[in-house]
Ligand binder design. Structure first.
Ligand code: BYC
Length: 482
């Protein structure tokens, strides 16, 4: 049975896909496993492989009780293959094959396109682990340290998820791709990861929390659209990955929220009313709000690039072929084929940013990106409420989509966060007001000191409201190796 809810932990690779009956795939995965562990030891969290970490492990795909918590050494984490249960009689919800039964095998004509989507998705997962591997050393508490490690092991599992699909459905090509996924390295000049944001450094915890808020949220949107896929094993895989993804975005949103809270409280206690009195705020040992806005500008714009070009034939082909749908496709009230509808796209027309109606089919990336922006804005609204509640006069804002772009319509122009087009001189004169400068980075770095006493937090971040798995405030989330 391929749709069992509980996970078989008796084999080396926990799974709910009856791997023991699938000898060839099991052998391919077992051959891949040692290379994965080598990669984890080399590129995973540095200095903590012997520590006992209070982690959740998926033990079921039942939404009501899918995880258990326990102390685990990260290299011994049980990375498994978990797919959401098969939906009886599932029909393809969009594209040319709308209404046909979902495919259990890869249709020959879509092999290359599907493989590409899975390889790109797979590539981001280990990339983020690589980007975050230094963070344990400067964790502001054991609670936060545990959270980054939880995110890391689950990104590792997401790599397994894509590797399983590649090995099961793409034969020798799939096995080669699975090898390549262990060879590329984030930021490497010769063999970089595939997408821009995954080659950037994550130098400090503010970056980590921004990354998990903005970039993991791109992950959510991309997984949501792949979860619509006519290729059922991909759909089921992504549906289960989304269950884990929610915690990653929680880590980002609450991480930034706690940083904002601490800064605003410290300002109030010191009688500082003006959030732009940056040096005075920094002297309190907290991160000033304008610097947080700059980090936000950076991470949002890098994440927008992950949606590809606004007008894309790749995206149109993937939708038309019923491989990658829209966000919440089944809830949208239209023909689900997009044969004649249009969608408004911001474009550069005669040197001005204008709204232009494009065929909805080629504007698929744009639509997903708009859904993403709306989702980000809701998070910002929640952060702004924290600022209001404490009574500081400041608001976070998303920059304009033309700001600081490297992909798509606006990659060759310069624009301010409010969307005003600028020449190079104006941009160079202002850019340090909009993006983190070296000084900003150095200041943030100066606050990054590891705090390992249970229940204690670095000065720049407030404690969380509740613990993980309802543990008390002084719970020892990580038992560091002696
Ligand atoms: N960087 O037609 P276009 C996550 C390339 S995050 C570099 O505009 P398309 C996670 C593109 O490959 C989610 N290159 O784009 C988060 C194409 O090249 P080829 C990851 C880029 O294909 C946190 C050319 O430009 N999942 O899970 O419509 C932690 C023209 O492309 C970029 C996915 O992305 C870029 N930013 O859309 C851990 C889902 N953008 O093929 C994990 C799978 C475009 O012509 N991927 N290019 O040589 C896709 O759906 C699409 O491939 C993309 C691009 C959305 C990425």
């Amino acid at each position: 049975m391929s749709d069992i809810v509980n996970v078989d932990y008796s084999t080396r690779i926990p799974n709910n896909v009856s791997l023991t009956e699938d000898r060839q795939v099991l052998r391919a995965l077992e051959r891949w496993h040692p290379g994965y562990i080598d990669w984890w030891m080399q590129m995973g969290p540095q200095g903590f492989q012997e520590s006992l970490v209070y982690l959740r492990t998926a033990v079921s795909v039942d939404p009501k009780g899918w995880a258990k918590f326990d102390y685990v050494k990260m290299p011994e984490y049980r990375w498994g293959i978990l797919l959401a249960p098969q939906e009886e009689g599932r029909k393809i919800p969009f594209g040319r094959h709308y209404g046909e039964p979902a495919w259990q095998e890869v249709p020959g004509e879509y092999r290359a396109m599907l493989r590409r989507l899975m390889v790109i998705q797979g590539d981001t997962e280990p990339a983020s682990v690589e980007q975050q591997r230094h963070l344990g050393k400067t964790a502001p508490s054991l609670y936060d340290m545990r959270n980054v490690f939880q995110v890391n092991v689950e990104e590792g599992r997401h790599l397994w998820a894509m590797v399983y699909l590649l090995q099961k459905y793409f034969g020798r090509d799939g096995r080669e791709e699975a090898e390549q996924l262990l060879q590329r390295r984030s930021g490497d000049a010769d063999k970089p990861r595939m997408l821009g944001a995954f080659n950037e450094a994550t130098p400090d915890w503010l970056s980590f929390h921004m990354f998990t808020f903005f970039t993991d949220r791109d992950g959510k949107m991309q997984l949501e659209s792949l979860a619509q896929s006519g290729f059922d094993p991909l759909s089921r895989t992504c549906r289960f990955m989304l269950t884990e993804e929610a915690h990653h975005m929680f880590v980002g949103e609450t991480g930034i929220g706690r940083t904002i809270q601490r800064t605003c409280e410290a300002m109030k206690a010191a009688g500082i009313e003006d959030p732009y009195e940056i040096n005075k705020v920094r002297d309190l040992g907290v991160i000033d709000l304008p610097t947080m806005q700059k980090k936000l500008n950076l991470h949002y714009s890098l994440s927008l690039d992950l949606f590809g070009s606004e007008v894309s034939t790749n995206a149109a082909n993937a939708f038309n072929g019923s491989l990658k749908g829209r966000f919440q496709e089944t809830k949208i009230d239209d023909d689900h084929r997009l044969e004649s509808s249009t969608y408004p796209v911001l474009k550069l027309v005669d040197g001005e940013i204008k709204r232009v109606d494009e065929p909805a089919l080629t504007a698929i990336n744009m639509r997903l990106r708009d859904d993403y922006t709306a989702d980000c804005q809701r998070g910002l609204d929640r952060w702004n409420k924290i600022i209001d509640r404490i009574g500081v006069n400041f608001r976070f804002q998303l920059p304009h989509v033309a700001f600081h772009r490297q992909i798509g319509e606006f990659r060759d122009i310069k624009a301010s966060p409010s969307g005003e087009l600028l020449d190079d001189a104006a941009w160079n004169g202002q850019k340090e007001n909009w993006l983190p400068s070296k000084d900003d980075g150095d200041f943030i770095q100066s606050l990054m000191r590891q705090v390992v006493e249970p229940g204690k937090f670095a000065n720049w971040i407030a404690p969380p409201r509740v613990g993980i798995d309802n543990k008390p405030g002084d719970f020892e989330y990580v038992k560091l190796a002696a």
